[in-house]
Design a protein around this ligand. Structure first.
Ligand SMILES: Cc1cc2nc3c(=O)[nH]c(=O)nc-3n(C[C@H](O)[C@H](O)[C@H](O)COP(=O)(O)OP(=O)(O)OC[C@H]3O[C@@H](n4cnc5c(N)ncnc54)[C@H](O)[C@@H]3O)c2cc1C
Length: 266
């Protein structure tokens, strides 16, 4: 029998939007805007991500301002980092929906995942199936505010694990061949398991949603675990997406990172 464990969430950046340089070059060639390629190279040299460069390209395309050649209203153009700043300042946030980031959080509770999936816009989720995956030991995400009663939590987990195993035995789950029935029983038995039970979730967010979630969910008014995870998300992002987080203010509250953005419009 596996032992119950106290665990904490850990978040990984598993994917992100990239540029297809050959397609971009062909577009710039076909539309006589090849000078923009040197802006792309300059932005890459400054450490900007493919996703930021793509978003800026779309923003600039709106105003025909990839170069000075296509819009007689303009005589100069901004570089990509300055354009992103201007786009954030003006609240033209929809261009940041072009870039998507993929994350995976392990050892997170159903408390956290239930809060996360409330974010409907610019998001996608895939979570451990409580119908399909039978519990062995109960891995449990513990909020340190409950440290003074941690022994009681451990006692409750041991009790629940014992009852769960008794149910498995009484229902003879080990010998059921019909997978559909096993799945139905597994699904029904999870009703006795705690909200704090750990599982995994893969989630994808576009850059616009990400700014919104980082600010909302690292607030001191949000729940401990989602604050912890979005602090991890921010730390995974801030160096890779420097232009998008240039207006971020970092504070530590209750030993957790709080991020607020100077510009709220995006
Ligand atoms: C501190 C805190 C306490 C909370 N307490 C509770 C609670 O007690 N009970 C509860 O049920 N929930 C609670 N929530 C969850 C909250 O109500 C939201 O469901 C959740 O934060 C998702 O945020 P969002 O609405 O910004 O959604 P997102 O899907 O992230 O949407 C992003 C933005 O898009 C816009 N938008 C999205 N959908 C629509 C729409 N249908 N119409 C118009 N505009 C839209 C809004 O501007 C929204 O802010 C709490 C959240 C926080 C941070």
């Amino acid at each position: 029998m596996e032992q119950n464990k106290i665990v904490l969430p850990k978040t990984y950046l598993t994917g992100y939007t990239g540029m297809n340089i050959s397609g971009i070059s062909q577009y710039l060639k076909d539309t006589d805007q090849e000078e923009f390629e040197s802006d792309i190279l300059a932005a890459k040299a400054e450490g900007l991500s493919d996703g930021e460069i793509l978003c800026s390209m779309y923003a600039k395309m709106c105003y025909a301002s990839l170069t000075t050649k296509k819009n007689k209203n303009i005589s100069k153009i901004r570089g990509i980092a300055a354009n992103i700043q201007g786009t954030i300042d003006s609240g033209h946030g929809s261009v940041f929906e072009h870039c998507t980031l993929n994350f995976l959080t392990t050892n997170c509770s159903r408390v956290f995942t239930h809060e996360l999936v409330r974010h409907r816009v610019g998001s996608a989720f895939s979570q451990t199936s409580g119908r399909y995956v039978r519990t062995d030991a109960i891995n449990f995400v513990h909020d340190p505010i409950l440290d003074p009663v941690k022994d009681k939590i451990e006692k409750a987990l041991t009790y629940l694990q014992t009852i769960y195993q008794e149910m498995e035995n009484d229902l003879d789950l080990a010998n059921i061949k019909d997978f559909d029935r096993k799945k139905k029983l597994t699904s029904a038995m999870r009703r006795i398991l705690p909200n704090g039970q750990a599982n995994e979730i893969g989630f994808s967010l576009n850059l616009r949603s990400l700014r919104h979630l980082i600010e909302l969910r690292t607030s001191e008014h949000a729940e401990f675990e989602i604050r912890l995870v979005f602090g991890q998300v921010y730390n995974l992002m801030k160096d890779k997406y420097p232009a998008m987080f240039v207006d971020a203010k970092e504070e530590m509250i209750d030993d957790l990172l709080k991020i607020s953005f100077k510009n709220k419009k995006v």
